[in-house]
Design a protein around this ligand. Structure first.
Ligand SMILES: Nc1ncnc2c1ncn2[C@@H]1O[C@H](COP(=O)(O)OP(=O)(O)O)[C@@H](O)[C@H]1O
Ligand SMILES: O=P(O)(O)O[C@H]1O[C@H](CO)[C@@H](O[C@H]2O[C@H](CO)[C@@H](O)[C@H](O)[C@H]2O)[C@H](O)[C@H]1O
Length: 461
């Protein structure tokens, strides 16, 4: 390992967006380096690095924008982004840092889209979609939050989402947003950055440029504010107002599913394929139970839901879906709900995320999210049965409102497919158990408690 790789090997696993948490990092190497700016001896320089991280026999690729400046010249506000001091690619010692925080450098990324020959033959290409109108000049402000990727907002015009974990080929977020282009329910895509990477026959998407949707509140913030006010004694009218939002979200979801089914391929799962899907759910449960033993006490009941699903009266229609649908993926500007982040579950291999699926998978994701909003607020109120009852009633009302909206909007009626819905919900909750154990252990109770309640609700008597 070179010095820079050694520094990165310590820094990478500590990042919020590193998806291999909990598994030791065995190897790290810089797979490719693309110089985006070299400002001379005083710096700063900007390099786009693709790292290859080896863990437990598998390798994953991550993207970082590496800033470098002469030692002791890193502005104070960037001090906490420093990765270390080392010789960068054989040159003089430099302080290297995560350039996503450096507005002087991120402004340059947007400018690059307007270069007269954005495509060119370079290994990294800045592409724009036909008709996209770009407004440059604003610095790229980093969005903070619980993110799997890193997004930069330019003024009130654009968001550049840089994908941290890279998979070969087009990123599903770009693919689906492009298919939905023109829909009022997505943020209009404007372009993307792609690169030819070693070992990958098709270009890999590095980032996606979208229109910024101003003055929007995220669904998770709205939902948790509503539960919180209810627990603090707010009126039922306030709760009912949010249920209207849940119903509108259901209708919007159905509209988006319909558009996806009209513009991208669809299929039908045979009975054998449904059985295979149930088998994949069983495998995920086994993997999660090995990592989180508390799941074991519910495994039998969850398996029996999967077994019921494997025998449903097929065939089951499939199409491209969101894949990781929850309240944090939807924002609410004045015009109605807007759906974001069609990347699918960030830890799943891209070929699985591109697979056609039944739209009830997304319905189940959102239903889980209403449970989450209620359960999250109960973490700080253990042993308060009245609060728990109110929070659970809140979740039930919003789940019902969402399903009603979904069916009214022309989607499959979730109430008529309870066996499939139950299996998808369990599968999502199992995914969440793994996700929380690896990323936010003090949230682990939220999906575990949901599984326990769903299991208890199915026990006769
Ligand atoms: N086009 C947009 N307009 C307004 N806000 C956005 C836009 N895209 C993303 N955001 C904000 O950034 C957050 C994270 O975006 P998302 O695509 O979900 O990234 P990640 O994959 O990292 O979770 C969203 O929850 C939303 O608050
Ligand atoms: O939005 P991401 O693509 O980063 O999705 C991952 O992180 C989510 C958390 O940020 C996680 O969602 C879970 O927590 C949410 C509240 O923070 C809740 O609304 C979701 O229902 C719950 O699944 C998501 O699972 C994960 O893939």
């Amino acid at each position: 390992m070179c010095e820079l790789e050694e520094l990165l090997a310590v820094w990478l696993p500590r990042q919020r967006w590193f998806s291999g948490k909990g598994i030791p990092l065995r190897r790290l190497r810089i797979l490719s380096r693309h110089q985006l700016l070299s400002a001379g001896p005083e710096g700063p320089d900007l390099d786009l690095l693709v790292l290859e991280a080896g863990q437990r026999g598998t390798t994953s690729r991550y993207q970082i924008m590496l800033g470098s400046r002469p030692p002791r010249t890193l502005p104070a506000h960037l001090a906490r982004t420093a990765i270390g001091v080392c010789q960068v690619f054989g040159g003089r010692p430099q302080v290297v840092y995560d350039a996503a925080h450096d507005e002087e450098l991120t402004a340059l990324l947007l400018e690059r889209f307007t270069d007269t020959e954005p495509g060119g033959r370079s290994e990294v290409r800045f592409r724009t979609l036909p008709g996209a109108r770009l407004r440059t000049g604003a610095p790229g402000r980093l969005l903070t939050g619980e993110q799997s990727n890193t997004s930069l907002v330019f003024g009130r015009d654009h968001v550049l989402k840089t994908f941290r974990r890279l998979w070969p080929g087009p990123n599903p977020d770009l693919e689906l947003n492009t298919a939905l282009s023109g829909s009022p329910y997505v943020a209009e895509p404007c372009g993307w950055i792609e690169a030819d990477l070693p070992g990958s026959p098709t270009p890999t998407t590095l980032a996606m440029l979208q229109t910024f949707v101003p003055e929007a509140t995220d669904g998770w913030v709205m939902a948790t504010a509503n539960v919180r006010s209810l627990l603090a004694g707010a009126t039922r009218e306030r709760e009912a107002a949010f249920a209207e939002e849940a119903a509108l979200l259901g209708r919007t979801t159905a509209e988006v599913h319909r558009s996806l089914s009209q513009t991208l391929p669809t299929d039908v799962l045979s009975l054998d394929e449904i059985s295979d899907l149930a088998e994949a759910m069983v495998e995920r449960l086994a993997m999660a139970t090995a990592e989180v033993p508390e799941l074991a006490e519910h495994a039998q009941s969850v398996m029996s839901a999967y077994s019921d699903f494997s025998q449903v009266d097929g065939p089951l229609p499939t199409q491209r879906v969101h894949g990781d649908y929850h309240l944090g993926q939807v924002i609410r500007p004045e015009r109605g709900w807007v759906l974001l982040d069609f990347e699918g579950e960030p830890t799943m291999p891209v070929q699985d995320r591109r697979r056609l699926s039944n739209p009830l998978r997304d319905v189940a994701g959102m239903l889980r999210s209403f449970d989450y909003a209620a359960g999250y607020l109960l973490i700080d109120h253990p042993g308060e049965p009245d609060l728990e009852r109110s929070a659970r009633v809140w979740a039930r009302h919003n789940r019902e409102a969402f399903c009603r909206g979904y069916a009214d909007g022309g989607g499959i009626d979730p109430d008529k497919h309870l066996v499939a819905l139950r299996a998808f919900e369990f599968d999502k909750a199992v995914y969440e158990v793994l996700y929380e154990a690896r990323n936010r252990p003090n949230w682990l109770r939220v999906p575990l408690d949901s599984i326990a309640s769903a299991v208890a609700a199915s026990v006769p008597g």
